[in-house]
Structure formats: structure tokens, C-alpha cells
Design a protein around this ligand. Structure first.
Ligand SMILES: NC(=O)c1ccc[n+]([C@@H]2O[C@H](COP(=O)([O-])OP(=O)(O)OC[C@H]3O[C@@H](n4cnc5c(N)ncnc54)[C@H](O)[C@@H]3O)[C@@H](O)[C@H]2O)c1
Length: 332
């Protein structure tokens, strides 16, 4: 399939571009490089032997998107979004414009071009703080604790409403749990600018001696060791989940919702310990106050993706830490 990949030079997008090429598909990237580097294209080429086509454009630009979408695509995988939770609280209009208005504009361009198959990057954040675990796809959507979360809930709604009105569309909503790790080649990974918001990139910088210690937000949660529990999923597993959804649901009208996670939670202290083991470096930490908006624990029910997509995360926490550390070291 020829697949338009928005946000394809980003963290998850770049790994998915590699998986698409390895799966015999032809990805074409659209990215405005708001949070990624064009050098990703050379790295993808060095891993796969194929240099993907890329268009530098903003998904909010209807004219540009209409021109690109008309170049003959079977499907779109839509990653392009801003994702910093804290920034979304400070700049809500930017987030609604980029994520929600950008998605609407992209969908207009796809519709004009007759592309009716989309795989969308959603998030476990749409479940809010549920009453029970694991989180299943049937659970009602929760109340987001920040504008970023609301943009994901709203974009899911936009896509479901579009599918209800245009019954030929195939919409796959993939709800990611906590994507971490890096490509095992050490050539692709996550490189947040400034101080990382997410645990593993933060831990990586402490292991590398670039930050003094990990601040662990909350040590009194009702979890086995008191620290927050999350379902970490290796980015290469996640990338493969997109190919599975595309292969399964292309030409299959409807709204198809899947959790992508491992189905098992790890605490912050377990992550720190695994990272210490894989890096061989001490990782000092300090337990501080809880962070507003964080839930105590979150992990996915994964049987639906296993059953319907024949997809299962295969890489464990140690592999996630080892690949993250290889990427961290390769860049220094
Ligand atoms: N990383 C996570 O923890 C996580 C968890 C759940 C969901 N998601 C979602 O997955 C998707 C990919 O996330 P990621 O971690 O790879 O982020 P990322 O920032 O690395 O990638 C997003 C890419 O989209 C591009 N982009 C942003 N706005 C754009 C616009 N208006 N026009 C064109 N390109 C634009 C950025 O330049 C970047 O390359 C996002 O939709 C994100 O919300 C991420």
C-alpha cells in the first residue's frame, strides 16, 4: 500500500515508516518538522535501504494537504500532533488548532482525494481515571485532565462522526499506553528538547549524567511500592501494531478501536532498577509530591488486539531500557 504518514519524522512515526518499508509498503511522509529533524530520513534509509519521500508541510494547510493527498494513496496513518501535556495547559488554543483543526483539515484533504482509510494515534489518556483495571476498549471515555487529552478525545469523536456520515471509511483508533525504547540499531529514538516530560527519557539523561537525579512524583499511591504504575510498550512493537491494523482493516469500513500496550504494568522504581541494570550506571532518585492529573496505575487489556489483529507486544522492559540506552549513547 502507498501510505501517507503525517508526523512521519517523529518518534513513533519514524519507527512506523521503517516497519512499513520492511512490510513492503510505500510510506510518504508529511511533517512540518515542529518536533523532529530531517536527518531522520537518512537514518531510515540507512536501516531499510530505502529513502522515504517526504513533504515538509503543515497539516493545517488545506491547499498543501489537498495537493499532497491527491498523489494516489491507499491509506493514511496520522501521527502529527503536539503532545506536551504541560504546554497544552499553557497554550490550549495552539493545541486545539494544531491537533483538532489540523486533523479536520487533513480529513478534508483525504476526502477530496478519495482516501477513506485512516489509522489514528490515540492514547490511553482518553480513559481518564477509570474505576477498574485493566482498561478495556469498551470502557466509556473519561474526563481528560488537560487540553492535550481533550484534543485526543475530540479527534476520536471527529473521526467517529465522519465514519458515521461516510460509511465507506475505515477508521482505526489505536490507543497507545506508554511508548518507550528506541530502534535497536541506535539510529532512531526520542530526543525531547528541554527537560523530558516522560519517565524513560528522563531516566536516560540521569544515567548519562546529564541530569542529577530522577524526581519520582508520588511515593504513596495504592500500588505495590507506592510509585505510579504504567504499561510501557516498546516503540518497535507499537510501530508493528500500526501495520497490523492497516493490513487488517484497510477496505473494512467501520470504527475499529484497539489498545496497544503489553497488558502489564511496571512501577517507576521498577523502571529505574531495570535501567540501572541495562546501563550499568547508578540512577539516583528522590520521591517528591504527586503531580496533579497523574493516575495511580494504568495498564491495557490487550486481548482484543491479539485476537483481531494477531498483534502482541513482544519486547519486555529490559529490552526497552537496553534500546533506549543504546540510543542515548549513540548520540553523545
Ligand atoms: N509518545 C507518547 O507517549 C504518545 C502516547 C500516546 C499518543 N501519542 C501520539 O502519537 C503521535 C506521535 O507521537 P510521537 O511521540 O511520535 O511525537 P513526536 O512529536 O515525536 O512526533 C509528532 C510529529 O508530528 C509533527 N507535527 C506536529 N504538528 C504538525 C503539523 N501541524 N503539521 C505537520 N507535522 C506536525 C512533528 O514535527 C513531529 O515530527 C502523536 O499524535 C501523539 O499525540 C504519543
Amino acid at each position: 500500500m502507498r501510505v501517507l504518514v503525517t508526523g512521519g519524522t517523529g518518534f513513533i512515526g519514524s519507527h512506523t515508516v521503517v516497519s512499513l518499508i520492511e512490510g513492503g509498503h510505500e510510506p510518504v511522509i508529511v511533517d512540518n518538522l515542529a518536533n523532529s529533524q530531517p536527518s531522520v530520513l537518512d537514518r531510515v534509509a540507512s536501516i531499510t535501504g530505502v529513502a522515504p519521500e517526504m513533504h515538509r508541510a503543515d497539516i493545517r494547510d488545506l491547499e498543501a494537504m489537498t495537493a499532497i493527498a491527491s498523489r494516489g494513496f491507499d491509506a493514511c496513518i496520522h501521527f502529527a500532533a503536539l503532545k506536551a501535556v504541560g504546554e497544552s495547559v499553557e497554550e490550549p488554543l495552539l493545541y486545539y488548532d494544531n491537533n483538532v483543526a489540523g486533523t479536520v483539515t487533513l480529513l478534508m484533504a483525504l476526502e477530496a482525494a478519495g482516501v477513506e482509510s485512516i489509522v489514528f494515534s490515540s492514547s490511553a489518556t482518553v480513559y481518564g481515571d477509570p474505576d477498574s483495571l485493566p482498561m478495556t476498549e469498551e470502557m466509556p471515555l473519561g474526563s481528560a485532565t488537560n487540553p492535550y487529552g481533550w484534543t485526543k478525545i475530540t479527534m476520536e469523536r471527529v473521526l467517529a462522526d465522519l465514519q458515521a456520515a461516510r460509511s465507506g471509511w475505515s477508521v482505526s483508533l489505536l490507543r497507545y499506553f506508554n511508548p518507550v525504547g528506541a530502534h535497536p540499531s541506535g539510529q532512531l529514538g526520542e530526543d525531547p528538547s528541554g527537560v523530558p516530560n516522560n519517565l524513560m527519557p528522563y531516566v536516560a539523561r540521569v544515567a548519562a549524567g546529564r541530569l542529577p537525579k530522577v524526581e519520582v512524583f508520588g511515593g504513596d499511591y495504592p500500588t505495590p511500592d507506592g510509585t505510579g504504575v504504567r504499561d510501557y510498550v516498546h516503540v518497535v512493537d507499537l510501530a508493528e501494531g500500526h501495520i497490523a491494523a492497516l493490513d487488517r482493516h484497510h477496505g473494512d469500513p467501520g470504527v475499529h478501536v484497539y489498545n496497544l500496550g503489553t497488558g502489564r504494568g511496571h512501577s517507576v522504581l521498577e523502571v529505574i532498577k531495570a535501567y540501572e541494570e541495562e546501563s550499568g550506571r547508578p540512577i539516583p532518585y528522590e520521591i517528591v509530591d504527586r503531580r496533579p492529573g497523574d493516575v495511580a496505575a494504568s495498564w491495557a487489556a490487550v486481548n482484543k488486539a491479539e485476537r483481531e489483529l494477531s498483534w502482541k507486544a513482544r519486547r519486555d522492559l529490559h529490552e526497552m531500557c537496553a534500546d533506549s540506552w543504546r540510543w542515548e549513547q549513540a548520540r553523545r
